[in-house]
Write a protein that binds this ligand. Structure first.
Ligand code: ADP
Length: 496
C-alpha cells in the first residue's frame, strides 16, 4: 500500500517550510546573480578604476620612470586592468599586461606589431576618442566606450602626467565593466551546486528535526490514549524539548490527579455507604426491638426510641456534612461577610457544653480578655469553632480538659483550642484536614465521627483566606488554631 502523506502533519509542514526557505534563498541568489551581478560588478570596477588612476598619479610624483612603470605593472595585475603609457613623442610605450597578453584579452584583440589589422585600428580609435575627450576637458577624461559586443562597456581613462623635471607621460587605463565570462560561468556552476546541496541539507535537517519533534508527541498521544481508557496515574515522557517536557509533566500531573480523585471517589462511596449503613442498621434493629419486645414496656421503649433518635440525628449530621463539603468544594459556597463578635460566638458554642461539664466532669476553660469584633461569615466561622471544640471534647482523653482561647495577634485575632487527649502522630498531622481522614492513634470509635469536620473547617478557612493549623504531641494532646480578621477590640461585657 502506498504510504499516505498527511499534509497537515508537523513532519510534512517542517519539510515544506525548510524546502521553501532554501528555495527562496536560492531564488534570491539567482536573481542577484542574473540581474544584479553585472551592474554591481560595473560599479565596483568604476570605483577601482578611479582608485588606480589616483595611485598612478601618486606613483608618478614619487618615483623615477622605471619604478613608476613597475608599479603600473603591479596595479594592472592586481586590478585586472589594461594600462597603456606613452610619452609625448610616442617613443616610450608601455603596456601592462604586455602587448602579447593584451592582444589575447577579449575585445582588445589588437595587433601591437602595428601591421594594421582591424583590431589595431579599433584600439587606435579608442585612443583617439579618449584624446578628443581629454582635449575637450583640458586634461584628464573618463569615457565609457562600447566594446565589440554592444552590451559590454569599457571604462577608459586618459590623462597627462606632468612634473617639472620629468618628461610628461600620457596614461590610458582600460577597465572592462563586465565580468569575465569564465568568472560568471564558475559562479553559475557554483550556484547550481550550492542550490542542490542547500536543498539536500534542508531536506535532511527538516526530516531530522520533525522526527525528533514528532516522535515524543506520538509517544505522548499513545500514553494519553491509555489514560483515556482509564489507566490513571501513568507517567508521560517528554522529549528533547522543554515545551514537550512541560506538556508531559502537565499530563503526568493530570493523570496523577485523576488517579487521586478516582481513589477519593472510591473512598467516598465506601465511607459514605459504611457511615450510612451503621446508623441505618441500628435504627432498623431498634425499631424491630420495639415492635417485637419493648413495645409494651414504656421504659425500654423510650430507651430504644432514644437510640433511634440519636442515630437519626447522626444520619442527619452526616448528610448535612456531606452536602456542606461538596458545596464548599464545588466552589458554589459564597461567604456572607459581616462584622460580628467572635468572643460572643465562641461563648455561645461553649454554653452548649455546660451540660457535659456538669454531668460528665468535663472541664472547658475559655481564656479571653476582650470582646473581639471580626470580619467574616458568622455562621461558617461558628461552624469551624463548633467542629474544633467538638473534636477537642471528643478527643480530650481521660482528663477531659479542654482550653479555648482568643488572643489578639496584629491585625488578627487567634482562636486556639487545645485538649488533653491522645494527640496525633506527626506524620499524620498534614492529613487530618483531608476528607474522611481518621487518625490511627486515637481510641475513639469511628462511629463517633464522620471524618468530614476538619475538611469542612479547611474549606471555610481557605475561603476566608486566613491562616490555620494544628500542633500535637502524642500522649499529651493537640492544639488547633485559626486566625480571624480583627475589626476592633471592645471591652468585655461582664454583666452576667
Ligand atoms: P471526625 O468527625 O472523625 O472527628 P474530623 O474531620 O473532625 O472528623 O477529624 C478527622 C480526624 O482527625 C479524627 O477522626 C481524628 O482522628 C483526628 N482529630 C481531629 N481532632 C483531633 C483532636 N483534637 N485530637 C486528636 N485527633 C483529632
Amino acid at each position: 500500500m502506498k504510504p499516505k502523506i498527511d499534509c497537515n502533519s508537523i513532519k510534512f509542514k517542517t519539510w515544506l517550510y525548510f524546502i521553501l526557505f532554501a528555495a527562496g534563498l536560492m531564488l534570491v541568489l539567482w536573481i542577484m546573480q542574473v540581474f544584479l551581478f553585472n551592474s554591481a560588478y560595473g560599479t565596483m570596477k568604476e570605483t577601482q578604476t578611479r582608485e588606480v588612476v589616483r595611485d598612478i598619479n601618486q606613483s608618478f610624483k614619487k618615483h623615477d620612470t622605471e619604478k613608476f612603470l613597475h608599479e603600473i605593472g603591479e596595479l594592472s595585475d592586481s586590478y585586472d586592468m589594461y594600462i597603456y603609457v606613452v610619452s609625448y613623442d610616442g617613443k616610450t610605450q608601455y603596456f601592462s599586461p604586455s602587448a602579447e597578453d593584451y592582444a589575447k584579452a577579449p575585445s582588445f584583440e589588437t595587433d601591437y606589431s602595428g601591421d594594421g589589422t582591424s583590431s589595431d585600428s579599433e584600439f587606435i580609435s579608442k585612443i583617439q576618442t579618449l584624446n578628443e575627450h581629454m582635449i575637450r576637458n583640458n586634461g584628464s577624461a573618463y569615457v565609457k566606450i562600447e566594446g565589440n559586443d554592444k552590451s559590454q562597456v569599457i571604462l577608459a581613462y586618459g590623462g597627462v602626467l606632468t612634473l617639472e623635471d620629468k618628461e610628461p607621460l600620457i596614461v590610458y587605463v582600460f577597465s572592462p565593466l563586465w565580468p569575465v565570462n569564465s568568472t560568471v560561468q564558475i559562479l553559475t556552476n557554483q550556484l547550481v551546486a550550492v542550490s542542490i546541496v542547500a536543498l539536500i541539507i534542508a531536506c535532511c535537517i527538516s526530516i531530522y528535526l520533525s522526527t525528533r519533534i514528532t516522535r515524543p508527541i506520538r509517544k505522548i498521544s499513545a500514553t494519553a490514549q491509555r489514560l483515556a481508557q482509564g489507566e490513571y496515574g501513568i507517567v508521560f515522557r517528554g522529549g528533547h524539548y522543554t515545551e514537550l517536557n512541560n506538556l508531559a509533566d502537565t499530563l503526568t500531573g493530570a493523570s496523577i490527579e485523576l488517579e487521586k480523585s478516582l481513589m477519593l471517589q472510591k473512598d467516598l462511596v465506601a465511607n459514605v455507604s459504611h457511615d450510612l449503613r451503621t446508623p441505618l442498621t441500628m435504627i432498623k434493629s431498634y425499631a424491630e426491638m420495639i415492635r417485637d419486645i419493648s413495645g409494651d414496656n414504656p421504659d425500654k421503649r423510650n430507651e430504644h426510641l432514644k437510640v433511634i433518635i440519636e442515630e437519626t440525628d447522626r444520619l442527619n449530621g452526616l448528610v448535612g456534612d456531606l452536602l456542606t463539603v461538596s458545596r464548599l468544594q464545588s466552589g458554589k459556597m459564597v461567604l456572607d461577610i459581616s462584622e460580628f463578635s467572635l468572643t460572643e460566638a465562641v461563648e455561645s458554642i461553649l454554653n452548649t457544653y455546660k451540660v457535659m461539664e456538669m454531668e460528665q466532669d468535663y472541664r472547658i476553660e475559655f481564656n479571653c480578655s476582650s470582646n473581639y469584633i471580626v470580619r467574616g461569615d458568622e455562621e461558617k466561622l461558628k461552624q469551624v469553632v463548633s467542629n474544633l471544640v467538638s473534636n477537642a471534647v471528643k478527643f480530650s482523653g481521660e482528663e477531659k480538659h479542654v482550653i479555648v482561647s482568643l488572643r489578639k495577634k496584629g491585625r488578627y485575632v487567634q482562636f486556639r483550642v487545645s485538649d488533653s487527649g491522645p494527640g496525633i502522630p506527626p506524620e499524620e498531622l498534614d492529613h487530618v484536614w483531608e476528607r474522611y481522614y481518621r487518625s490511627s492513634s486515637n481510641m475513639v470509635r469511628s462511629a463517633e465521627g464522620t471524618g468530614l469536620g476538619l475538611a469542612i473547617c479547611k474549606e471555610i478557612l481557605s475561603l476566608h483566606k486566613t491562616d490555620f493549623g494544628v500542633s500535637s504531641t502524642l500522649g499529651e494532646g493537640s492544639e488547633f488554631w485559626f486566625d480571624a480578621e480583627l475589626v476592633r477590640t471592645d471591652k468585655l461585657n461582664t454583666t452576667d
